[in-house]
Ligand binder design. Sequence first.
Ligand code: XCC
Ligand code: SF4
Length: 632
Amino acid sequence: MSNEILNYDKVAEASLAKAQRDGAETMWDRRAAQKTQCGFGEAGVCCRICAMGPCRVSPVPGKGAERGICGANADTIVARNFARMVAGGTSAHSDHARDIVHAMHHSSAEGPFKIRDEAKLRRIAAEWEIADADTKETYALAHELSAMALEEFGKPFGTQRFLKRAPQARQDVWAREDIAPRAIDMEVTTLMHSTHMGCAADYESLFRRGMRTGMSDGWGGSMIGTEFSDIMYGTPTARASSSNLGVIDAEMVNILIHGHDPNLAEMVVLAAQNPEMVELAKAKGAKGINIVGMCCTGNEMTMRHGIKIAGNFYQQEMCIITGAIEAVVVDVQCIFPALPELAKTYHTRFISTSEKAKISGDLFLKFSEETGLDNANEIVKLAVENFPNRDAAKVEIPDIKQDTMVGYSVEEIINHLDAVVNSQLEDKLGTVKPLTDVIYAGVIRGAAGVVGCNNPKQQHDYAHITVMEELIKRDVICVVTGCAAQAAAKAGLLTLEAKERCGRGLLEVCERVNIPPVLHMGSCVDISRILHIVNLCADVRGIDPALLPVVGIAPEWMSEKAVSIANYVVGSGINTYLGVIPQVLGSPNFTKLLTEDCQEFIGAHFVFEKDPIVMVDKIMEDMEAKRTALGI
Ligand code: XCC
Ligand code: SF4
């Protein structure tokens, strides 16, 4: 077993040893079965977009075939493959957002979909220039706004509405370089067209079109996903939670919610609070119902309700291996197709709910906005009734959990800043200016957004934690989302006490503002919160965000969504550091375009660096150079 790859993860060894005893297969067995991974695929030079192929050109220029049958060279093939990853990622985030907007379209005073942050509804309606946004009846306004949001996916003309949140200097770059995204579906479709056999062959053009598609994710789908989820389910506020497999409770009915979209998870939490359901659980011998979260569903639910975090991407199998999960309930994205089979080794039921992500092997129970609460009731009941089937001999829950703080939306960060700076004044400043003040004063050197998945190409959580620990030591504040945030939670970095692990400047800021040095900002669509706050900071200084000492980092990424994210973060003027190297090295030209040349026209670039310590050294150099250029 690959323990050397997992020894950073405190629960992994026992968990995988148990899997072996139970005869359960895990990702590690399957990874071993893959043997050495394909060198052509790794370099991005395998093309199978038409049936004359598959064609593979040499990953090492000058050796072997240099062109596919149609004549596409390594540059074209690599650029097309990369662009298609962007299209995949953008569609995933954006389709998630569309479901949220649909739920808002079904919202009503009676529920179950309701408007919980009316102030935000009115704020965004005003931002989108709806007349009488402050006086219209709540649900009439919600329906009008959701109809407008749906237009963002398919409108024939114009660009994404949220782009106006960026300072003018950045909007000018987008206009000049033609990467201001139009309707989201249009960007994805046109990119699939461009990458069809016999279309775009110019690698730079493919890159630019890919970036514009990614931009429709960050400033379109993801931002809509975040903002509309806040309107319906509440804008997150700071709250306590707990993390790691130890949050699974041997005496309770445990339901693992896994996936991304809060619609399903919100309904499951609501259903589990129903006193009748709790009584039923007691009648079955349990003390109650314990909902635990995983991946971004876990992030959405912990940010708004303090739902405990069972773990990140890597731990999805380990949860089931505890033998104490009555049901795994999933919607979309990042769900191993292996789970239903693994669940059969235990008493666990595996329930998939989205037609977009039907996973065979156990139960499919279609969730829809019309019947959301009924669906959730059925799911929770099924889990409760499964409790007596648990095999006590197979239950083994690692006794490891870590307290954590979550819930730092942009609004909540501003509230915290206001509480300190303005404690004597009546009026709240309501801006991020105090944050830019401490960056400009050099008390903190810069800010980093650490995001993304786990990937067996990196030791589990090691790259995430090392990068964060090293950055806060060097007075760089971190904001985190996705599975990176859950890694931080498990490592105790999302606590007020973590300030002891910081440099002096950041320690002082954490004390005064009463925040952890690493702030949980949510799920992966919530990287739009990071975009938003960076742009607010640039705005108060009247500069292009590309000038700020701010970076994006994905130390252990794996998904297409991460490629889309990297594109919009770079497109937004923020240098992006990747700890797993994307499959592009088979084209030195395309690699150079990403890591150097795009700096010239976008004002930011990609950095590939597998070693987290070396990565942090590069980041500090990057930030100090930006500080020098700003004269701060
Ligand atoms: Fe998935 Fe969003 Fe990656 Fe985690 S971080 S493995 S994409 S859950 Ni988004
Ligand atoms: Fe081969 Fe060209 Fe077809 Fe790709 S598009 S599979 S390189 S012939």
